[in-house]
Design a protein around this ligand. Structure first.
Ligand SMILES: [Zn+2]
Length: 78
């Protein structure tokens, strides 16, 4: 099992929410999630339908990534 990146979305109002799937929303921050867990390593609870990315994309996305998750992840990754 590997870590996975999960998206935290900017606040969306109900109109946006009705407008499309979560995959179409703008990503605010990327978090890292431990294998088999729902919560980000920094403790933030992410939407179950949030976009996911391979941990290989860490640091390569146009959106910022969570500093707390980054620090914890670097300590755990080989
Ligand atoms: Zn985080």
């Amino acid at each position: 099992m590997r870590h996975e990146m999960r998206a935290e979305y900017a606040e969306v109002d109900e109109a946006d929410e009705a407008g499309g799937p979560a995959g179409a929303w703008p990503v605010k921050t990327w978090h890292m999630v431990r294998p088999g867990e729902e919560e980000a390593m920094c403790g933030r609870v992410l939407r179950p339908d949030a976009r996911g990315l391979s941990e290989a994309e860490w640091g390569r996305t146009p959106e910022p990534f969570c500093h707390t998750c980054g620090a914890l992840y670097l300590r755990e990754s080989p």
